[in-house]
Design a protein around this ligand. Structure first.
Ligand code: NAD
Length: 246
């Protein structure tokens, strides 16, 4: 049984599809419950597998606990948890205040709540947690976003140590820019073209990452093939996590 947050989003839905194709029963969860249901229906249409869409806010402890209790009651187990729900704030550091709390709540507190609520159910038989970070944890970026994603790496490493004895691995996947609503939102065509060009120039491997590139990395870390890998950050960044070319 796999639970993917941010399941209405581009990377969450691509990951849900990839995990379903690998044989997992998948629940997609999103604060946009209708979007999660639509994404689940699309995957079911593509795979003939019964994927479920559910509404939950990952920052609301009651939502998260209800969700895990429902999975325990309906399925009796949870093998894979992917924390893909995310939020960005692109403004400068100087004018930031509310944004900071919201970004950190979704990107860091949400995964912490999910991991906390899921650990007992997963610990009955072992499992894999994969947190979707970002290249910016290492290279920097918008302050609240980069700080939340660096915090997520800290959480990943701490929980890898704490949950390992219960048979649970905890890893992160850190993508560079993928063209999704997340990166397209609130940008003019010219701004977007400039940002794409800048990211392509930072990448050693030509081009940008795709949602499928990210989903493949998540699926590996969530699979039995990665059973002895924990506490790692797997960059899906074409080398953009290294120094940009001079
Ligand atoms: N697209 C990129 O370039 C890129 C690069 C690096 C990392 N990431 C990370 O990948 C993840 C997915 O990004 P995406 O491109 O698919 O974005 P997206 O905007 O398509 O999807 C994000 C999803 O998270 C959901 N969400 C937001 N707040 C939530 C909450 N409180 N509870 C539940 N769901 C909530 C949104 O409704 C949305 O469906 C994010 O964590 C993002 O930081 C994206």
């Amino acid at each position: 049984m796999a639970l993917v947050t941010g399941g209405a989003g581009a990377l969450g839905a691509a990951t849900g599809l990839r995990l379903a194709r690998a044989g997992s029963r998948v629940v997609l969860v999103d604060v946009d419950g209708d979007g999660a249901e639509r994404a689940a229906e699309r995957i079911t249409a593509q795979t003939s597998l019964p994927v479920i869409g559910r509404k939950a806010d990952v920052t609301a402890e009651a939502d998260v606990e209800r969700l895990i209790a429902e999975i325990a009651a309906e399925h009796g187990r949870l093998d894979q948890l992917v924390n893909a729900a995310g939020r960005n704030a692109r403004g400068g550091f100087a004018e930031m205040r509310e944004d900071w709390d919201q970004v950190v709540a979704v990107n860091l507190w949400g995964p912490a709540l999910l991991c906390h609520a899921a650990a007992d159910l997963m610990g009955r038989h072992g499992g894999a947690i994969v947190n979707i970070g970002s290249r910016t944890w290492l290279s920097g970026g918008p302050a609240a976003y980069a700080a939340s994603k660096a915090g997520l790496v800290g959480l990943t490493r701490a929980l890898a140590v704490e949950l390992g004895p219960r048979g649970i691995t905890v890893n992160a996947v850190a993508p560079s820019m993928v063209i999704t609503p997340f990166t397209r939102r609130d940008r003019s065509d010219a701004e977007f073209a400039a940002i794409v060009e800048r990211h392509e120039a930072m990448s050693a491997v030509p081009g940008l990452a795709s949602a499928e590139d990210v989903a493949n990395a998540v699926a590996f870390l969530a699979s039995p093939e990665a059973r002895f890998i924990t506490g790692e950050v797997l960059h899906v960044a074409g080398g953009a996590q290294l120094a940009p070319r001079p």
